[in-house]
Design a protein around this ligand. Structure first.
Ligand code: PLP
Length: 388
């Protein structure tokens, strides 16, 4: 067993989560439970492969070879029963850059793009920055569970809607969408000629009893009408290696995307990105299982902690991702005041739910992919401020 309880000092490593607290929160002495990376060491197999590569002291331009592509193909085939072809895979240095280039290549200025808030905030930013119009179909909160609202989805579609960006699993609410939900969504999108970008960066991070379904794996019709963004970066804690892979089964869509990619002169991953992808997908499965069990333990711990100590703060239990959505509504504290208490008094760094959309008001997002000790400290600091 790996020692996931071990606290690793990340300060001074150019970590956004730990070293940029002052920039984003105006304070350094916060427990950082915000940016979506883990405080656990990456799999040993990845570290060893990177060291081995670093020992070769020439870090020149690199190409993607068969081993790189097969590591991806094998992972998705084994883990998600999804058969990807080599030609469908396009390397990009980030999922968010890829989403921007997809917006540019698959839509025109003035087109409308649907997102389902509360959702990962760069979706809306990317739509706006590219002069497209975001259309918000709010998720529906029902019995502490978020659902897609298919009626309101159909109601907000008109001729200008060309694209829908799906978050599967959904950051920040933690839903792992079921096959039935994805099929319902897909039927509506096909009926109205709306392309789907499915951001599946959290797709490997599911809890017991929940099964991630890659959107394009559902049927040939769905595959032809969609793009799936994948990466080993959240799964194996390799965000700094910048090595996502965008899967585009439809050749016409792929050509359009490649055209934009080529215009940016993005050709290949870094030598370390390549080695990281291969080592993680080839040898990371056991690590992932242990880490997810540990995180699920953190989740149970947190749910019980709030129940026993601050029942006014409700955890919307995630089915996947290592993020959890905390409902502060019952405390009835205005947003500004709530952030002030969290940051200046409790000294914890969470993500204000409002950044994920208006419906995120009264919520905060917490990242629980850390040693239990760090989570405990963060929760105890909150208890001091909010315990009635
Ligand atoms: C849904 C989602 N997409 C994309 C990203 C970021 O991807 P990248 O760092 O590859 O741009 C994140 C990171 O939190 C995320 O949650």
């Amino acid at each position: 067993m790996r020692d996931l309880d071990r606290v690793i000092n990340r300060k001074g490593t150019n970590s956004v989560k730990w070293d940029a607290l002052n920039i984003f929160f105006g304070k350094d002495d916060l427990i950082p439970l915000w940016v979506a990376d883990m405080d656990f060491p990456a799999p040993d197999e990845v570290t060893e492969a990177l060291i081995e590569r670093a020992k070769h002291p020439v870090y020149g331009y690199s190409i993607l070879d068969d081993r790189y592509y097969h590591s991806i193909i094998n992972w998705f085939s084994k883990k998600h029963k999804w058969n990807i072809e080599k030609d469908w895979i396009v390397y990009t240095p980030g999922v968010v850059p890829a989403i921007n280039w997809l917006i540019q290549s698959l839509t025109e200025a003035g087109d409308k793009i649907i997102i389902q808030e509360p959702v990962y905030h760069p979706f809306k930013e990317s739509i706006k920055l590219n002069d497209r119009i975001p259309v918000i179909n709010e998720l529906r909160l029902q019995d502490d569970n978020y659902l897609m609202d298919f009626e309101s989805l159909e109601a907000c579609i008109d001729d200008k809607v060309k694209l829908l960006i799906l978050c599967n699993p959904h950051n920040p609410v933690g839903r792992v969408w079921t096959k039935e939900e994805l099929e319902n969504l897909g039927r509506i999108c096909l009926k109205h000629n709306i392309l789907v970008i499915s951001d599946e960066i959290h797709g490997d991070l599911t809890y017991k009893g929940h099964n991630h379904i890659p959107y394009s794996s559902i049927s040939e019709e769905f595959a032809n009408n969609s793009v799936v963004c994948t990466a080993p970066t959240k799964t194996f804690n390799l965000a700094g290696l910048q090595c996502p892979n965008i899967i585009i089964p439809n050749e016409t869509l792929r050509d359009k995307f490649n055209d934009i990619i080529n215009k940016q002169h993005i050709q290949t991953a870094t030598p370390f990105g390549i080695v990281g992808v291969q080592a993680a997908y080839e040898n990371g499965e056991n690590w992932l299982q242990e880490v997810m069990e540990y995180i699920e333990g953190n989740l149970e711990y947190m749910i019980n902690f709030f129940k026993e100590n601050i029942p006014e703060i409700k955890v919307i239990k995630p089915q996947g991702t290592y993020l959890a959505w905390l409902d502060f509504t019952a405390l009835n504290i205005p947003r500004k005041e709530l952030n002030h208490i969290l940051i200046d008094k409790a000294k914890v760094a969470l993500n204000d739910g409002y950044m994920f959309g208006k419906s995120g008001e009264n919520f905060q997002r917490i990242n629980i992919a850390c040693p239990r000790l760090i989570l405990e400290e963060g929760l105890k600091r909150m208890e001091k401020q909010f315990r009635m």
